[in-house]
Design a protein around this ligand. Structure first.
Ligand code: CTP
Ligand code: MN
Ligand code: MN
Length: 437
């Protein structure tokens, strides 16, 4: 075939690196992949070791988590052909750079911002590579509506990558882990543990006497049918009214805001996310526990796990990546009556039940952190990730759900609205419905 003669023998599978992985990671948001062809394995291993000793993450395998693909001496055309064949979903936002970016970063001891001179341009006319000057490299500089999102997905399928997708999806391990983690309360670790024990189905898990499900997992299985079914916008609105009523009965001037995917204009979600806050600092503290009690008295609380606030301002900014923020929050399963939903419930076919269970998340930040919490909880996850990466690499600022810290000025930047945060970052404001990256 024509291809084999021009495609360099770039290896996808790498030998396990023998370098120590004990080095402390300093730059969580940068994940480097060194392309071995032309560079050679011993040089690659040396560069890997060097970068890790300086606190960089170097991935052995090229995947969608990689942020910087570094190549030395490869022909741009061959490199791009190979990259496009790798079925990466994030290729358009990855930096594809030559070794000069790497050596500059090693010299500076930190990831330097990617400049035009570092980029390996895609000379192939079919799928244009992002132009480093005119096309924003970060999702937070682009507007991605739910419509764009669907189009991008179709394109992916259209350019011959669907085979790879199908291969991944037919993989038994992947399928089983996907099934297990679809249960509320079952994370990747538990799923992996069950898989290793040879379990492949829910009935297998439930029949295994040595497995003890925690409270969350029990509820997850109990309400599986309902909570694995999409929640409609009308259902989200109905829950909003119910919770709003509960919140105001407790604290009349509290404010409840719909966030998550529904705030981004999605028609369906896997849950409904709300932020609730009070104009008086500190009043938010007991708000959630009181709301939970009230919902319980109403007989609509099917499950709740409350996590009190662990916010400690003196420990900010956090240099570690944390999956969870420190605000008081609760993960709920609520009983929603069909009669309260405009147009009725989003039910399974032939289902004539009068109610369904819905997953609801409530988070309650103090007012002075509200804007950051709102931005973080509105998502999307990818948009948030990119915004944090942009802040860190382009502005030397640390952003999370709590705050924005300017590393140059050594101070926190206050914000009362999301717009303030975009202003601090020197970005054009992007509306919630344009954050569907
Ligand atoms: N989030 C967060 N911290 C958490 C959980 C969620 O910051 N501990 C943020 C995520 O970045 C996400 C948003 O809150 O963008 C909402 O989370 P989730 O409900 O999981 O995702 P949605 O975008 O709402 O998608 P879906 O419609 O499937 O619920
Ligand atoms: Mn959600
Ligand atoms: Mn959620």
């Amino acid at each position: 075939m024509f291809h084999t003669s021009v495609v360099p023998r770039l290896r996808k599978k790498q030998k396990p690196e023998e370098v120590s992985r004990q080095e402390k990671i300093k730059f969580q948001d940068v994940r480097i992949f060194l392309v071995e062809t032309k560079m050679g394995s011993s040089r690659r291993s040396f560069l890997t070791h060097l970068a890790r000793s300086k606190g960089f993450i170097v991935e052995d395998v090229l995947s969608d988590t990689v942020t910087h693909v570094v190549s030395e001496g490869s022909k741009p055309g061959s490199l791009w052909t190979w990259l496009k064949d790798c079925a990466l979903r994030n290729l358009s936002v990855m930096h594809v750079v030559d070794i000069s970016w790497f050596t500059d970063s090693m010299r500076e001891g930190r990831p330097v911002p990617v400049e035009t001179k570092h980029c390996i341009q895609d000379s192939m006319p079919d799928i244009p590579a992002p132009d480093p000057v005119t096309t924003p490299r970060y999702a937070c500089q682009r507007r991605t509506t739910t419509e764009n999102h669907n189009k991008i997905f179709t394109e992916i399928l259209g350019c011959g990558h669907s085979f790879e997708v199908d291969n991944i999806l037919s993989d038994e391990r992947y399928q089983t882990l996907k099934l297990f983690t679809s249960v509320f309360g079952v994370g990747p670790k538990t799923a992996e543990k069950w898989y290793r024990r040879g379990l492949r189905s829910f009935s297998g898990v439930l029949a295994e006497p040595s497995i003890h499900l925690n409270r969350m997992q029990q509820s997850g299985f109990l309400h599986y049918g309902d909570i694995s079914r999409a929640v409609s916008k009308a259902e989200a609105q109905a829950l909003g009214s119910i919770i709003d009523e509960a919140v105001h009965a407790i604290t009349p001037d509290a404010v409840l805001v719909l966030t998550g995917g529904f705030r981004r204009g999605k028609e369906f979600g896997h849950d409904v996310d709300f932020i609730v806050t009070t104009p008086q600092l500190g009043w938010e503290e007991n708000l959630l526990t009181n709301v939970i009690s009230r919902l319980k008295k109403q007989g609509i609380l099917l499950f709740s796990e409350y996590q009190a606030s662990t916010l400690d301002i003196s420990k900010l900014p956090s240099y570690r990546f944390e999956a969870m923020d420190h605000f008081a929050k609760c993960f709920l399963i609520l009983r929603l009556e069909g009669s309260q939903v405009e147009g009725g419930l989003q039910g399974a076919e032939g289902d004539n039940r009068s109610w369904r269970a819905v997953r609801v998340d409530l988070v309650s930040p103090p007012l002075d952190h509200y804007a950051y919490a709102l931005l973080g909880w509105t998502g999307s996850r990818q948009f948030g990730r990119d915004l944090r990466r942009f802040a860190r690499l382009e502005r030397r600022m640390l952003l999370d759900n709590h705050a924005l810290y300017d590393n140059t000025k050594k101070e926190f930047l206050t914000a009362t609205s999301e717009k303030d945060i975009f202003d601090h970052l020197g970005l054009e404001y992007i509306e919630p419905w344009q954050r569907n990256s």
